[in-house]
Design a protein around this ligand. Structure first.
Ligand code: PEP
Ligand code: MG
Length: 575
C-alpha cells in the first residue's frame, strides 16, 4: 500500500525515481602507516567529539520534533561513542600497530559487527547496525565529511537521508539525483537553498518515517504540495506523470521571458538576479534569464574538499563566472563560514551559539590570511567583468572599515606587482544584522550598495533560529516589523543614491515581491528557478499601485493581515 509522508516543500518540482538511502559506512579505509601515534590518536579523539556534538544536535532536534522515544536511538549512538571497547580499542590499535585512525576504528568496529551479526538474539543483531552507523559517522568526520557516498551516486535516484549538510548537497549531481527527502531540516537551511539553486526538488522535515524508506523502493516526490508517496500504485504513478508533465510544460512556457528585461506595467525597471554557490549553477542562471548574479556564496568553494582553495584556484573560478556573465553585474560575497556552514578541515572552536559566533566577516577579520587570499583572487579577476565585492554580516562600522582597509591594501600590493585591477569595482555590504539595518543611514554613506540578507535578518530580529522548525512560526518575512526594517534600509540607500538589492530567500517569495517592488527595491536576487515566475508577475503589475499600499501595510499588526491584503489585491489586479 502507498505510504504518504508530508514535509516542507523546500525546492519546488515533481520527481519519480527509486529511493537511494544514504548510508554512512560504505567507505572502507586503506591501511596507512603513521609516524606520530599521539597526534593520530588526537585526530580520532577530535572526530569522536565532533560526532558526539553532531549526534547531540540530531537527538535534540528529534526530541523537540518527534518526542523523546524517537530520540532514544541517538542517545544509544552517543553511548556507543563512550564505549571503551570501541574507541579505546581503536586508540590502542593506533599506538600498537602504528596505523591511521580511520583504519584502526574501521577494523575494531568490523570485528564487533561480525560478532553481533552472528548472534541469535535479534536485539543484539540490530546493535551491529548501530555500531556501523556510529563508526561510519566518526570515519566520515576523519575524512572531512559528515556523510559519505552522496557524490558516488551514478543512477537516477531520490536521495533519502536523515539530514543533508550543505557540503553533502554541494556534492549532489543533478543529472542523477532527481530529488531528496530529509527527516529534519527547514526551508532556509543551506541545504534547502542549494537544492533550489540546483533546481533539485526537495522535501525537508518529513519526519521519522523517512527512515523506513529503503533503497530501491519507488518514490514520488511532490515538492509542490510537500508530499512523498512511497510504493505508489499504478494509478498514482500515472497521475503524477501527468502532473510532472504539466509542471514542466508551465516552466517551459515561462522560458519565453528569459531574454526580456524586467519592467513593470507602469514602466518601472528592476533587476532580477540569481544566487549561486558554484560555477555549476551558471547553466541554470543563464537558462532562466538572470540579469546578473546578486549573490555568489563563495563559502561553497571551500566545502567538499580537504584543504583551503588556493588564490589561483579561486581566481580561475571568479574569472570564469565573470566571463560567463558577459559584463552583467556579479556580486561576489566574501567567505561566510560559520552558522550551519562548517569546514571540517579548519578546526574552529566549537561554539554553543554558532549563528551568533565567529562567522562570516568576523572570522575573516580574525583569520586575515584566508581573507587576503580571497581578496587577491577577486581583485585579480575583476578585469573580466562587472565585479561587485560584498562583505557579509557587517554589524558595526569598524568591521566595514577594516575589511575595506584590507581590500585596499591588497589592491595596492597587486598594482605594485604590476597586476591589472579593474577601476570600477563596487564594494558593498549585506544588511543581515539588525544593528546594520538600524544604522543603514550611516552605512549608506560608506558602501556602494546594500544587499538585504533576510534569511539572517529575520532570524536575528525575531530571535528565532532559522534552522529550528519548532520556532518556525516566528520566521515571518512579511511581518510588519521586518517590512519596516527593510523599508528603512531601502530609503537610506536611495537617499544616498546607492542601489539596494535583496539576496535573502524573501526576494524570490511570490508573497513578498509586490511589497518589495512597492517599497522601491531595485535588485531581487533569488534561486534561478524563481526568476521567470517573478518576471511574469512584475511585467503584469503596476509598481505605483503597490507603492501606494505600503503605508497601510506597515500599519497592520501581523503577517497574516498583510498577506491577506496582498492576496486580495493580487487577485483583483489579475481580474
Ligand atoms: C541571508 O542571510 O539572507 C543570506 C543571503 O545569506 P546566507 O543565507 O548565506 O546566510
Ligand atoms: Mg546570511
Amino acid at each position: 500500500m502507498t505510504r504518504v509522508l508530508t514535509g516542507v516543500a523546500a525546492s519546488p518540482g515533481i520527481a519519480i525515481a527509486k529511493a537511494y538511502r544514504m548510508q554512512r559506512a560504505e567507505f572502507v579505509p586503506v591501511k596507512e602507516k603513521i609516524g606520530d601515534a599521539k597526534s593520530e590518536q588526537e585526530r580520532l579523539r577530535t572526530a569522536v567529539e565532533e560526532a558526539r556534538v553532531e549526534l547531540g544536535k540530531i537527538r535534540e532536534l528529534t526530541e523537540q520534533r518527534l518526542g523523546a522515544a524517537k530520540a532514544e536511538i541517538f542517545e544509544a549512538h552517543i553511548m556507543l561513542l563512550e564505549d571503551p571497547d570501541l574507541i579505546d580499542a581503536a586508540l590502542e590499535k593506533i599506538e600498537n600497530e602504528g596505523v591511521n585512525a580511520e583504519y584502526a576504528l574501521y577494523e575494531v568496529a568490523q570485528s564487533f559487527i561480525d560478532i553481533l551479526s552472528a548472534m541469535d538474539n535479534e536485539l543484539l543483531r540490530e546493535r551491529a547496525a548501530d555500531v556501523r552507523d556510529v563508526s561510519g559517522r566518526v570515519i566520515g568526520r576523519l575524512r572531512g565529511q559528515t556523510h559519505t557516498a552522496v557524490s558516488d551516486i551514478v543512477e537516477e535516484t531520490i536521495v533519502i537521508a536523515d539530514d543533508l549538510t550543505p557540503s553533502d548537497t554541494a556534492q549532489l549531481k543533478p543529472a542523477y539525483v532527481k530529488g531528496f527527502v530529509t527527516e529534519i531540516g527547514s526551508r532556509t537551511s543551506h541545504s534547502a537553498i542549494m537544492a533550489r539553486s540546483l533546481e533539485i526538488p526537495a522535501i525537508v522535515g518529513a519526519g521519522a518515517e523517512t527512515s523506513e524508506i529503503r533503497s530501491g523502493m519507488t518514490v514520488i516526490l511532490d515538492a509542490v504540495e510537500g508530499r512523498v508517496l512511497v510504493n505508489p500504485s499504478e494509478e498514482e504513478l500515472e497521475e503524477y506523470r501527468r502532473k510532472k508533465e504539466a509542471y514542466e510544460r508551465r516552466r517551459a512556457e515561462l522560458r519565453r521571458l528569459a531574454g526580456l528585461p524586467t519592467v513593470s506595467k507602469d514602466g518601472h525597471r528592476v533587476e532580477l538576479a540569481a544566487n549561486i554557490g558554484s560555477v555549476d549553477d551558471l547553466q541554470k542562471v543563464l537558462e532562466n534569464g538572470a540579469e546578473g548574479i546578486g549573490l555568489f556564496r563563495t563559502e561553497f568553494l571551500y566545502m567538499g574538499r580537504s584543504s583551503l582553495p588556493t588564490e589561483e584556484e579561486q581566481y580561475q573560478i571568479y574569472k570564469h563566472v565573470l566571463e560567463k556573465m558577459e559584463n552583467k553585474p556579479v556580486v561576489i560575497r566574501t567567505l561566510d563560514i560559520g552558522g550551519d556552514k562548517e569546514l571540517p578541515y579548519m578546526k574552529l572552536p566549537v561554539e554553543s551559539n554558532p549563528f551568533l559566533g565567529l562567522r562570516a566577516v568576523r572570522l575573516c577579520l580574525s583569520r586575515q590570511d584566508l581573507f587576503r587570499t580571497q581578496l587577491r583572487a577577486l581583485l585579480r579577476a575583476s578585469r573580466f567583468g562587472q565585479l561587485k565585492i560584498m562583505f557579509p554580516m557587517i554589524a558595526v562600522v569598524e568591521e566595514w572599515m577594516e575589511a575595506k582597509r584590507l581590500l585596499e591594501e591588497e589592491k595596492q600590493r597587486l598594482l605594485q606587482e604590476g597586476v591589472e585591477v579593474s577601476g570600477r569595482i563596487e564594494v558593498g555590504m549585506m544588511i543581515e544584522v539588525p544593528a546594520a539595518a538600524l544604522a543603514s543611514e550611516m552605512f549608506a554613506k560608506e558602501a556602494d550598495f546594500f544587499s538585504i540578507g533576510t534569511n539572517d535578518l529575520i532570524q536575528y530580529t525575531m530571535a528565532a533560529d532559522r534552522m529550528n522548525e519548532t520556532v518556525s512560526y516566528l520566521y515571518q518575512p512579511c511581518h510588519p516589523t521586518i517590512l519596516r526594517l527593510i523599508r528603512m534600509v531601502i530609503q537610506a540607500a536611495n537617499k544616498e543614491g546607492k542601489w539596494v538589492g535583496m539576496c535573502g530567500e524573501m526576494a524570490g517569495d511570490a508573497r513578498a515581491i509586490p511589497i518589495l517592488l512597492g517599497m522601491g527595491l531595485y535588485e531581487f536576487s533569488m534561486s534561478a528557478g524563481f526568476i521567470l515566475p517573478a518576471r511574469e508577475f512584475i511585467m503584469q503589475t503596476s509598481r505605483t499601485e503597490w507603492a501606494a499600499y505600503i503605508d497601510s501595510l506597515l500599519a497592520m499588526r501581523s503577517q497574516t493581515e498583510i498577506e491577506q491584503f496582498v492576496q486580495a489585491k493580487k487577485g483583483s489586479a489579475s481580474e
